[in-house]
Ligand binder design. Structure first.
Ligand code: 6PG
Length: 467
């Protein structure tokens, strides 16, 4: 058998993606040094045309040429060691796809390294988790357009489908695909943090039960807020803990973990001077959540009042819906702004209308809002920030007041809502003709002679400040 597609790394993601390829009529082969994973693949394959190789040379011998080899191994050094093993065995024209959550600088380096070998290298973000990999992920491949053309047919077959077709498209040069996936994850962190803050407001200020929370999120998922994350949140509130019979969400420790992709987004945004405070704060709140011991002991020192100002549930649900809508849009706005700047800074040439199109299905941040985002970028593919798009102006204007009310309720009830407030402050600042940075310039010139510009004439000025 000459397989059309090979997978190195048969963890859940690798196995599921490979079976997805096989579902579409392709012959596939998998390799993993762990024999148990090979066995698992074959057990799950059923009647599909799937083989598992016991060694890398055997794996390569199973593949039709040019070989399409995807790696789904943990990002980092393991990718380098697999590439080192692979390179002497592959041939010019073969295609290697790294499908992990790889840092874009590693992909740029590996892409450059493989250039002279004549082997195609595609860095591809894959989103949608285990289920997405099996049934249809959103995929963000970057590299050479010629390389992408060689794998396009298979990727389009296995991708999630939205009303606009397969959720995969060429994302641009070199590490553009992994960069886009990193930003996707930054947006994912922000959306998750916003949902968790709204959960806190509804639970504490609105005293909603888990069943009422389920009903609210479920209803939201049927309207403007329709999205994967709102959908699974509704389901979370219904889940029982088989051990205790309690609602499972109440049994889960409030310490959020992370693998670093949200942090990478914030770090790189800082390098590129792009403001994305809602993503920053989402990363930071995961850090604060992790400081459980400190939080517990500090809570005893300050003993903030537990009192709640009663608020009518239906009103709070309505306001919260608008607040989440506003927050989600700001998360997209910040992430897409970073993508635009990075695309220019790194010569990635990332097509933003295509990005929002392939995020419409399969990925974790998919939502009904992406329809309007798509429209905004199709109307103006040079859009710097969706805040200035006519598609969104009326919406931002109408939601803003409800956000303020939710923030006031949160403040009144001592509920930290750092992401939601950052979203409003970001919006207010980026739509302000005048900010207070004139004072910062005065201070800089005062203590460091850093100079300032004036509002009434061009040039650079310095003052010998008194005092
Ligand atoms: C996806 C996700 C996925 C990510 C997890 C966990 O698009 O399918 O982004 O790639 O690894 O969401 O991320 P954290 O462990 O950092 O929360």
């Amino acid at each position: 058998m000459a397989a059309h597609f090979g997978m190195i790394g048969l963890g859940t993601m690798g196995r599921n993606l490979l079976l997805n390829v096989a579902d579409h009529g392709y012959e596939v082969c998998g390799y993993d040094p762990n024999v148990d994973q090979q066995k698992r693949l074959l057990a799950e394959a059923g009647e599909l045309k799937v083989t598992a190789a016991e060694s890398l040379p055997e794996f390569l011998s199973h593949l039709a040429t040019p070989r399409i080899i995807m790696l789904l191994v943990p990002a980092g050094k393991i990718v380098d060691s697999v590439l080192n093993e692979l390179m002497p065995l592959v041939e010019k024209g073969d295609i290697i796809i790294d499908g992990g959550n790889t840092h874009f600088t590693d992909t740029d380096r590996r892409y450059d390294m493989l250039q002279s070998s004549g082997v195609h290298f595609i860095g591809m973000g894959v989103s949608g988790g285990e289920e997405g990999a099996r049934r249809g992920p959103s995929m963000m491949p970057g590299g050479n357009i010629e390389s992408y053309e060689l794998v396009k047919e298979i990727l389009e077959a296995i991708a999630a489908k939205s009303d606009e077709g397969p959720c995969v498209a060429y994302m641009g040069n070199k590490a553009a695909g992994h960069y886009t996936k990193m930003v996707h994850n930054g947006i994912e962190y922000a959306m998750m943090q916003l949902i968790s803050e709204i959960y806190a407001v509804l639970k504490k200020a609105g005293e909603l039960s888990n069943n009422e929370l389920h009903l609210a999120f479920d209803a939201w998922n049927k309207a403007e807020l329709q999205s994967f994350l709102v959908e699974i949140t509704a389901a979370v509130f219904k889940q029982k803990d088989p051990e205790t019979g309690n609602d499972l969400v109440d049994m889960i420790l409030d310490k959020a973990k992370q693998k670093g992709t949200g942090m990478w987004t914030s770090q790189n945004a800082m390098d590129l001077n792009v403001p994305l405070p809602t993503i920053d704060i989402a990363v930071t709140m995961r850090y604060i959540s992790a400081l459980k011991d400190q939080r517990v002991s500090n809570s005893r020192l300050y003993n903030l009042p537990e009192s709640v100002t009663p608020i009518e549930k239906e009103l709070l649900i309505t306001l919260s819906k608008s607040a989440l809508h506003f927050g989600f849009l700001i998360a997209y706005a910040q992430g897409l702004h970073l993508l635009k700047v990075a695309s220019e800074a790194y010569n990635y040439a990332i097509p933003l209308p295509e990005v929002v199109k392939i995020w419409k299905g399969g990925c974790i941040i998919r939502s009904a809002m992406l329809g309007d985002l798509r429209k905004a970028y199709v109307d103006d593919n040079n859009l710097a920030n969706i805040i200035s798009s006519p598609v969104f102006q009326p919406l931002f204007a109408s939601l803003r007041n409800d956000v303020k009310q939710v923030l006031a309720i949160a403040l009144e009830n001592d509920i930290p809502v750092a992401a939601l407030s950052s979203a409003l402050h970001y919006f207010d600042a980026i739509t302000s003709e005048k900010l207070s940075a004139n004072l910062i310039q005065a201070q800089r010139d005062f203590f460091g002679a850093h100079t300032y510009e004036r509002i009434d004439k061009p040039g650079v000025f310095h003052t010998e400040w008194e005092g």
